[in-house]
Each structure stands twice: as C-alpha cells, then as structure tokens.
Design a protein around this ligand. Structure first.
Ligand code: SF4
Ligand code: SF4
Length: 318
C-alpha cells in the first residue's frame, strides 16, 4: 500500500488526542467578504482598526505567500458543567466554562508543535509552517469550516454533529501540499433558533448576525463600559456561553476526553464578593493558569462589582 501523508498526519493527531483535524487548500477566503462587509455596514465589529484589518482576516497569502494547505484542528472541552442552566444557582456570578483549568492556548500549541515535528519525520520535503490558536490574523472559524471540522451554526460557532461547539480551534498554515482536501459541512440547524431567542443582550440579532458591540462575551473584556453596557453584563463576570448552552447539538454532544479542561461548579458559578475581596496576589494564585488571567485583575474585579449590582437590582425589581 502506498504512503498516504494525510492519513499518517491524522493517525498522529489521534495519538495526540486532537479531537478533530481537517485539511483545506490555502486560498484567500474572499467568499466571506460579503458577510464581513454587511457587519461593517451595520457597525457590528468591536475593537477593529478599520476595513483593512477586517479584510486581512481573509487573506492567507498575506500570512504565507506560498501557502498550500491550512490544517485545522480542534480540542473538545465539553464537560457537563458547561451545560448547566445559566440561572443556577442564584446570586452567583458566572464565568465562561472555556477559561478553566489549563490555558487552552498552551495545550493547543503543544499539540500542534508535536504534530508538526511528526510531519517533518514523515516527509523528506522541506516545508515551512506557522501555527495559531486565537492569536493569528486569520479567522480560526473560517479555516475550521473550510477543512470540514463542522458547520457554521446560526450562533456563528463551528458545530461538529457529535462533539458540539465547545471546541478550541487552531490552525497550521504550511507550504506543504496535501492530496485530497476536505470539504466544508452544510449547516444542520434546520428551523432551530434557540441561540437567537435566548441571547440575553440581543447581540445575536438573527442567524449569523452578531453585533459584537452588544455581545456580553466581548463586553466583559472591554476596558471602559457605559452604563447601558454594564446592565447588559447581567450575571456574566467573564465571557458568555448562553448561545452555546441552549444549542441542541451541545445537549447531546460527547463529553471531552481532556481532563485538563474540566471545571468545577464553583469555577463557573462564582461569588462576586470573593472576587471583590481579592488582592492581586490572591487573584494570581487562583487564575494565573487560566485563560482569563491575561484580562487582568482590575477588569475582572470591576466586572464582579457590576454583576453584584445587577443581581441586587434584579432582586429589587422582583
Ligand atoms: S455570547 Fe452571549 S451575548 Fe454574545 S451572542 Fe452569544 S448569547 Fe449573545
Ligand atoms: S441553537 Fe439551534 S440555531 Fe443556534 S446554532 Fe444551535 S442548532 Fe443552530
């Protein structure tokens, strides 16, 4: 039987417990421009430096002029705690399930590094590569979709039919050609609109239409909040998972094999008073190895104060 590079890379990915891997031909993603253009016209982008910066997200050849392949990978972090009703228990602030335990950027980069090292053993061809997880110019989701890892849900997340959307995404851009590229998956949402109907801030206005300026996930990271934005935070101290929590694909998704991403209930449902009382040292001790630490003590503490205020205001209204 002849040597099949793609199959050999996939075998190694499985050994490394990379849950999903797919291969897309490197091409600028101009087909996504009308979608981006609509968001620009509606002023739905937050914190981007103009049209040029948005357009760069689509141009793989700006990242690597002779790119041939983009290898997209995903790690599933679906643990049952992520599916708990966001209203439980009362009086707690909520931290998004994705930040807990080991920082996923580190875990993903280690796995991509090991995969690339193995690729160089598999082939005599010299190749160059660049690997990204959240940190690159290109949009991780576009490449995950193009490489067939899942479909684009109406909530704008990549959804795999049996693993759901709690996926950390990464991609490797390389000039190594791969035979037989994978194909994108068609949308499987059907008539469901749960994510749109349940979005607490109205940021998800319609299918695929996200106003990032109202998205709670973005607001919990923003430096200065207006009064109206503070109210939108509701109970969210950091991030927001609602449009994923209500998705039926996540309700029946397999549980993650990665124990390093498993949160405890009191990681997700936090006491605002406890965060407010923290000093920088205790904040570092608790959150240093999580994906929220980069956002810093001042902002997280500010959010905890806002959430405490929101909870009390809500109680007074009832
Ligand atoms: S993350 Fe939260 S606020 Fe943002 S679109 Fe999803 S449900 Fe709405
Ligand atoms: S909640 Fe429904 S509409 Fe939204 S992404 Fe999931 S399946 Fe699609």
């Amino acid at each position: 039987m002849s040597f099949d590079l793609k199959e050999e890379i996939k075998k190694k990915a499985e050994e490394l417990h990379i849950d999903l891997i797919g291969f897309a031909e490197a091409q600028n993603a101009e087909d996504f421009w009308p979608f981006y253009e609509k968001r620009i016209q509606k002023d739905y982008f937050a914190d981007v430096g103009g049209v040029g910066e948005v357009a760069r997200r689509l141009r793989v050849f700006d990242v690597m002029a002779k790119a041939k392949t983009v290898i997209a990978v995903a790690l599933c972090y679906n643990h049952p705690i992520a599916l708990l009703d966001p209203g439980h228990p009362s009086r707690s602030g909520i931290i998004s399930a994705h930040v807990f335990r080991q920082d996923y950027h580190q875990v993903m980069q280690q796995k991509m590094k090991a995969l690339i090292a193995h690729m160089s053993e598999l082939t005599d061809e010299r190749f160059v590569f660049q690997s990204y997880c959240d940190t690159g110019v290109l949009d991780d989701r576009i490449w995950a979709w193009r490489a067939g890892l899942g479909f684009f849900g109406k909530n704008n997340f990549i959804i795999h039919p049996s693993l759901g959307s709690y996926l950390f995404l990464g991609h490797i851009v390389t000039d190594l050609p791969i035979m037989r590229y994978d194909r994108p998956m068609n949308n499987l949402c059907g008539s469901c609109r749960a994510c749109i109907d349940k979005c607490e801030s109205g940021a998800l206005c319609d299918a695929y239409e996200l106003n990032a300026k109202r998205c709670i996930s973005n607001l919990t990271q923003k430096k200065n909040l207006r009064e109206e934005e503070e109210a939108l935070l509701g109970r969210h101290v950091y991030g927001c998972d609602v449009c994923q929590q209500v998705c039926p694909f996540n309700a029946r998704a397999k549980t993650s094999v990665h124990a390093c991403f498993k949160p405890k209930a009191d990681d997700v449902y936090v006491s605002c008073d406890e965060i407010i009382a923290m000093d920088e040292t205790s904040f570092r001790e608790k959150y240093e190895n999580t994906a929220l630490y980069w956002r810093g003590y001042t902002i997280i503490k500010r959010n905890a104060k806002i959430v405490k205020h929101n909870i009390y205001s809500e109680e007074e209204r009832q």
